[in-house]
Ligand binder design. Structure first.
Ligand code: ADP
Ligand code: MG
Length: 231
């Protein structure tokens, strides 16, 4: 599903060069649930941007579902993003004053899906994340955990090859983090491939495998032995 080979990323600001990522290689197979963990400034967001086809590496090869992302034009990159990746962000990125149903169905409208079909699909995924009775609530009328569940439904609705989450529990009360992890584990059990970026070890331990990064380099790649199961 993902083949990352010798990825490096150097940011240039004026005369200053920052090496955010240095020679990072790993593979992620279909059906895996992987956490990418490291402290602040370790290069996690940089890696997420590359994996999510939001940015290209300075050097190295990134192959996503058979496509070499480094070779693609900006338009092709946008297409890959829309087709293959369901994004879940720390800050939810939902439209305010807009219902959960509309937040999930709007990207489907942009993708050209007819109204009846997209509403049906939005309802299905909102139900899947446990928000059957909150579909007509606006973002402001939902808790952080519920807003993140709307964002998960939105990420799933396009039927992506991978779900890519950047600090998905970073902005929600810790009491609600478990419900997000429970949904990820359920989705993974159903076959979804999930890549989750986090700096919190107890969140990472809900995944099946942890890739450790530090100072832009890969520092470990391990199967989680005592996996946490969220309820
Ligand atoms: P993390 O998400 O793990 O906190 P980042 O990927 O955001 O780490 O950052 C890794 C390093 O790259 C940091 O030293 C950061 O200051 C630097 N960096 C990140 N984005 C940029 C940018 N757009 N321009 C310059 N430097 C950047
Ligand atoms: Mg970050």
């Amino acid at each position: 599903m993902i083949h990352a080979s010798h990825l490096s990323k150097v940011y240039k600001t004026g005369v200053l060069e920052t090496v955010a990522l240095s020679d990072v290689s790993f593979d992620i197979k279909k059906g895996e649930f992987v956490a990418i963990m490291g402290p602040s400034g370790s290069g996690k967001s940089t890696l997420m941007h590359i994996l999510g086809a939001l940015d290209r590496p300075t050097s190295g090869t990134y192959i996503l579902d058979g496509k070499n992302v480094g070779d693609l034009s900006d338009d092709a990159l946008a297409d890959i993003r829309n087709q293959k990746i369901g994004f879940i962000f720390q800050a939810f990125n939902l439209l305010p004053r807009t219902s959960a149903l509309r937040n999930v169905s709007l990207p489907l409208a942009y993708a050209g899906m007819p109204k009846i079909e997209r509403e049906e699909r939005a309802r299905k995924y909102l139900e899947l994340v446990g928000l059957k009775d909150r579909m007509h609530h606006t973002s402001a009328q939902l808790s952080g955990g519920q807003q993140q569940r709307v964002a998960i439904a939105r990420g799933l609705a396009m039927n992506p090859a991978i779900l890519l989450a950047d600090e998905p529990t970073g902005n929600i009360a810790s009491s609600q983090s478990a419900e997000i992890m429970a949904i990820f584990q359920k989705l993974n059990n159903e076959g979804h491939t999930i890549v989750m970026i986090t700096h919190e070890p107890d969140i990472a331990e809900h995944a099946k495998r942890i890739i450790f990064v530090r100072d832009g380099a890969l520092r470990g790649d391990e199967v989680v032995k005592k996996r946490r199961i969220a309820k």
